[in-house]
Design a binder for this molecule. Structure first.
Ligand SMILES: Cc1cc2nc3c(=O)[nH]c(=O)nc-3n(C[C@H](O)[C@H](O)[C@H](O)COP(=O)(O)OP(=O)(O)OC[C@H]3O[C@@H](n4cnc5c(N)ncnc54)[C@H](O)[C@@H]3O)c2cc1C
Length: 481
């Protein structure tokens, strides 16, 4: 008899988990699935909301594939978990029995306690957070050319929102209470280079300035005494993991729901994956971690691989802002060997840290070739070339490290699509199996279906394979496909 698994959350990771289970158990012989999702939309790619805001995609174009043979309830929020009875209660009055329970409840946007912005996490009139499709559509309704919008929060999402709105002809002021933008990832110099690049495209960036009060009639008052005349406010001041259900059920919760390498909570029948989960090796807030966790948990719950374990994800963050290339890799550690270049007038900045010849961290702005090569070295753990400066500048390094921009010389084990952890080897194997265009490669490997930033690299590999004799393609240093 099959085990019944209930999934709470039909977001990027809950939906992926259902898909992973059905890939392993297409007929439901081993696992039957019920997914309960609070949002009324079918599962969609949240990562692409920044692209929607920037006008690169329409809201209807971000749907995620739906797995067959899964009972999905949309617009249904779970309100309680009875672990003794192994039942969850939902706000539509329904109850659902489980053998195994998967929490994939994600995060919610945090609304700071600023007068007029809203209460109890609910934004006031003229105010939007930036987390889901409804938020995105609300922001788009105000984003007409000539509108004035204040973006509060200069983290990754605030910067992406500001850039996207500017591209739509909106006059954007970005206020950030810290001394520099994206301070969690960038050092002050990198933050200043980013601010310079944003000012260059017309965004009024104000660091060291916090929001004090919002009044739709007058605008946004700031703590430096200034007032920003704005028609609307977008708040991007961080997220909090949705842990209340777990905490109320007596599960161990810290900043997320604590899980071990099997993605199990302190109740072995209850699991947590994605943004709501806290695993010591996971990079918070990145979909790659959640999708890797979904695959491991599907291996375990279908019995496909009882030895599967999630060991963590090496973080790589990319800004999705047209015209600004920014990548942050690992941790730039003050104790490591460091190299830094700064060219603020041309919007370029790079810092690279290494230990025992291996890349431990980097921040790269306006240096796409270096970003590609350094990320490859970081992923593979291969030794960095001795000419560190050439590496940081993204220059050709004959015989030492293959620039990722040359698909033929890219190692087979290099990760091309980060969101889905797809290597060059996997793409070559898919090509050999008949997937000879980008859509077919995407269907077979899932490359390009996350944030989409690897599309050019996948096209490059497709073109290279098309030029070469595919049966004779040397996988170059690749041991296995
Ligand atoms: C604009 C934007 C851009 C982003 N860009 C990137 C990027 O470039 N790269 C990257 O790696 N990550 C990015 N992220 C983060 C990425 O979207 C998340 O890491 C990912 O969505 C996590 O998936 P999840 O399923 O854990 O959470 P979510 O996708 O948030 O899904 C959680 C779901 O659970 C539902 N839920 C919560 N509580 C309940 C309940 N009690 N009952 C039923 N349902 C419930 C929620 O309504 C939601 O639908 C971005 C996020 C945003 C908002």
């Amino acid at each position: 008899m099959s085990r019944h698994v209930v999934v709470i959350g039909n977001g990027m990771v809950g939906a992926r988990f259902a898909e992973e289970v059905r890939r392993r158990d297409p007929d439901g012989a081993r696992v039957s699935l019920t997914v309960l999702g609070a949002e009324s939309h079918p599962a969609y790619n949240r990562v692409l909301l920044s692209t929607v805001l920037a006008g690169g995609l329409r809201p209807g174009m971000v749907a995620l594939p739906a797995a067959d043979g899964v009972e999905v309830h949309l617009g249904v929020a779970v309100t309680g978990i009875d672990r003794a009875a192994r039942v969850v209660h939902a706000d539509d009055g329904s109850t659902h029995h489980y053998d195994e329970l998967v929490l994939a409840t994600g995060c919610r946007a945090w609304l700071p306690p600023v007068d007029g912005l809203g209460a109890d996490g609910v934004p006031a009139s003229g105010v939007s957070v930036f987390r889901d499709l409804d938020d995105c559509e609300r922001i788009l309704a105000t984003a007409v050319p000539g509108a004035r919008v204040a973006v509060v929060g200069g983290g990754l999402l605030g910067v992406e929102a500001a850039r996207g709105l500017t591209g739509r002809g909106v006059a954007v002021t970005l206020v950030h209470p810290r001394t520099h933008l994206m301070e969690g990832l960038l050092d002050p110099e990198a933050g200043d280079v980013l601010a310079g690049a944003l000012r260059e495209i017309g965004i009024d960036v104000r660091c060291g300035v916090g929001a004090k009060a919002w009044d739709p009639a007058t605008g946004l008052d700031c703590d430096d005494g200034s007032r920003i005349a704005a028609d609307a406010v977008v708040v991007a001041t961080g997220v909090r993991a949705n842990t209340v259900l777990a905490a109320d059920a007596g599960l161990a919760v810290d900043r997320g729901i604590r899980v071990d390498d099997r993605l199990a909570t302190d109740d072995g029948r209850v699991h947590a994956i994605g943004d709501c989960a806290q695993h010591p090796g996971a990079a918070p807030g990145l979909v790659q971690s959640g999708w890797e966790q979904a695959a491991v948990l599907a291996d375990l719950l279908t019995g496909t691989d009882p030895a599967a374990r999630y060991r963590g994800t090496r973080p790589v963050t990319r800004l999705k802002a047209q015209g600004i290339d920014l990548a942050a890799v690992g941790d730039v550690d003050a104790g490591d060997e460091q190299l830094r270049i700064s060219d603020p007038y041309r919007g370029r900045y790079g810092v690279l840290s290494l230990r025992a010849d291996r890349v431990t961290g980097a921040v790269l702005i306006g240096l796409p070739d270096a970003a590609a090569t350094i990320t490859g070295l970081y992923d593979s753990g291969a030794p960095a070339p001795s000419d560190r400066l050439a590496l940081l500048l993204g220059r050709a390094l004959p015989g030492e490290a293959a620039p990722v921009t040359d698909p033929g010389r890219l190692p087979g084990t290099a990760i091309v699509c980060r969101c889905n952890t797809v290597t060059k080897n996997a793409l070559v194997a898919a090509w050999r199996a008949g997937a000879t265009d980008v859509d077919a490669l995407a269907r077979r490997t899932r490359a390009t279906t996350g944030c989409g930033s690897c599309r050019d690299a996948v096209c490059g590999i497709r073109d290279w394979l098309g030029r070469a004799d595919p049966t004779a393609v040397d996988l170059w240093q690749a041991d296995a496909v």
